[in-house]
Ligand binder design. Structure first.
Ligand code: ME8
Length: 505
């Protein structure tokens, strides 16, 4: 069976603390992309999950004074539940302590061993438990990790190494032939420079307790990052369900933030090359959300008391998703999250923009036409032009989505919201309605904006699944929002409360 599924992944998050707006960011963007592809009729597999092995989780469990499995068991539900609260449509949720994962990691490593890509050597160098990463001298300043600003450890261990250097040339070739493999350009340039400098072999085992026993060497466990990366294949049937695996692999895109791009765009493809498996089509590394100028994180600097759940409680899940899709440019610079921005965007775009367009249209259909969408026969050029804009927005957004320009894709859709509101202000159907003779024109105006709203409900459904379903139903359409909705003329509509209530600052 050939690949027939669009496959998108988020990183699997460490469970050493509860998820925050940063972890939620990647997950929301991935969900928007997954829903967009489903809306366009594609089969989609959207994977997320949690990373539960390694020294970091072991340490957190020790600090909590409980055994590590009990600890990770208690933390994983926080992720599952937040994703539910955020309306995340993942098809699976993998935990790396699950049997299906542990069982498949072993043949993965055995294959590397059979290919003579693994050898034993001594590692002497720095390690940052917070990053779970072997560090070079340039990554360490005054004994602290440059990412976390916390002390690194000196390791002197006999480890198993992966012959990463052997794949240096093939990686360079991959980058040269397929610049689209790693995006955005900044990440590409950085990793390409690293490849040009020359790669050195890397340890793939650790002498700690909490992990998957290294094949053939029960004294050691598999290095957590190597094992974590394989989640992308263990979840979809690697060494378990070949038919499923072939339908889904390779990933269309691995989405993450920039600090873990080396693992995904250098080490991971090299291991896949060793195993002769197809490579992911795209790796996309977005920037960081900042608080007080620091990367928002689960602990240490950049910790924030902003909780996704509180923001959802205030603004609603759709507005939350909307803000992070359009308010933070995917692939742009690191961006400070600000409550003021979120509030202003909510009011301008959702209350006064989309919400107002919907409530004006539905209320006037109610008031002047007894709640039934009137004929559009009197439509003239302005109506036809507006409807054409709505019809064309899908194509404009699609070309952006294909380039992972998710923010710009929805900017293009939002242009229709802006134009439709401007059109209503220009046409002033509420004034026209005072003159009986103008009612056919009023009807055409409202039939047009109702139809445009149908298009918008579909196009915006990946971002705001709940509000758009509500809008779609109020417009008298059945089922879930779908692209190219037929004209709603003759539909009985429901006006109801505002889709987005006005909130105090
Ligand atoms: O790195 N801004 O897990 P992790 C934007 N387990 N995105 C952010 C962010 C921020 N301030 N903070 C976190 C790990 N993220 C490994 C991954 S994958 C095989 C193993 C998001 O819990 C972003 O996607 O530290 C980042 O790459 C990820 O969370 C790191 O999650």
């Amino acid at each position: 069976m050939a690949k027939d599924t669009f496959y998108i992944t988020t990183p699997i998050y460490y469970v050493n603390a509860i998820p925050h707006v940063g972890s939620a960011y990647t997950t929301i963007v991935a969900d928007v992309i997954a829903r967009w592809h489903r809306l366009h009729g594609e089969k989609v597999f959207f994977l997320t999950g949690v990373d539960e092995h390694g020294a970091k989780q072991q340490k957190s469990a020790e600090e909590a004074g409980i055994d590590t499995q009990t600890y990770v068991d208690s933390m994983a539900p926080h992720f599952r539940e937040l994703w539910q609260a955020l309306n995340i449509s993942n098809d699976d949720f993998i935990r790396t302590t699950e049997e299906r994962h542990k069982r498949a990691v072993v043949p993965f490593l055995e294959q590397l061993q059979r290919n003579d890509d693994v050898y034993t050597a001594r590692y002497e160098g720095w390690y940052c438990v917070r990053c779970e990463e072997f560090k070079t001298d340039t990554d360490v300043v005054d004994g602290n990790c440059t990412v976390h600003g916390t002390p690194v450890e000196w390791l002197a261990e006999d480890n198993h190494f992966f012959r990463l250097s052997k794949y240096n040339d093939r990686l360079i070739e991959l980058y040269e032939k397929h610049p689209e493999f790693l995006q955005p350009k900044r990440a590409y340039n950085e990793m390409f420079a690293l490849l040009k400098q020359g790669l050195i072999d890397t340890p793939i085992s650790r002498r700690i307790k909490w992990g998957i026993p290294f094949p053939g060497d029960p004294e050691q466990v598999v290095y957590v990052w190597v094992e974590a990366l394989t989640n992308y294949i263990t979840a979809i049937g690697y060494e378990r369900d070949p038919e499923m695996f072939d339908r889904i692999w390779p990933a269309d895109v691995h989405l993450m933030a920039k600090e873990i791009v080396r693992f995904h765009a250098v080490i991971w493809p090299a291991m896949l090359m060793s195993l002769d498996l197809p490579l992911p089509k795209h790796v996309f590394a977005h920037g960081w959300l900042l608080a007080g100028g620091e990367k928002i994180s689960k602990s240490g600097r950049g910790i924030t008391d902003l909780q996704p759940r509180e923001l959802i409680a205030t603004y609603g899940v759709d507005a939350y998703r909307y803000h992070f899709t359009r308010g933070i440019k995917l692939g742009g610079d690191d961006a400070s999250f600000s409550l003021e921005d979120m509030h202003a965007r909510y009011t301008a775009d959702l209350v006064n923009g989309l919400g107002n367009l919907a409530s004006r249209t539905l209320a006037m259909v109610d008031r002047y036409f007894g709640g039934v969408v009137p004929s559009s026969e009197a439509a003239g050029d302005p109506e036809k032009a507006l409807l054409a804009d709505a019809e064309n927005a899908d194509g404009a957004a699609m070309s952006r989505m294909e380039a992972f320009e998710v923010t710009q894709a929805f900017d293009a859709v939002w242009e229709v919201v802006r134009r439709a509101n401007a059109y209503l202000v220009e046409r002033e159907p509420w004034k026209l309605a005072k003159d009986e003779a103008q009612l056919p024109l009023v009807g055409a105006v409202l039939a047009t904006t109702a139809h445009v709203l149908g298009h918008l409900a579909a196009l915006l459904s990946p971002v705001m699944p709940t509000a758009t379903q509500e809008l779609w139903s109020r417009l008298g359409y059945d089922g879930a929002p779908s692209l190219r909705p037929p004209s709603p003329v003759g539909h009985t509509v429901r006006a109801g409360d505002p889709l987005f209530p006005r909130l105090e600052a």
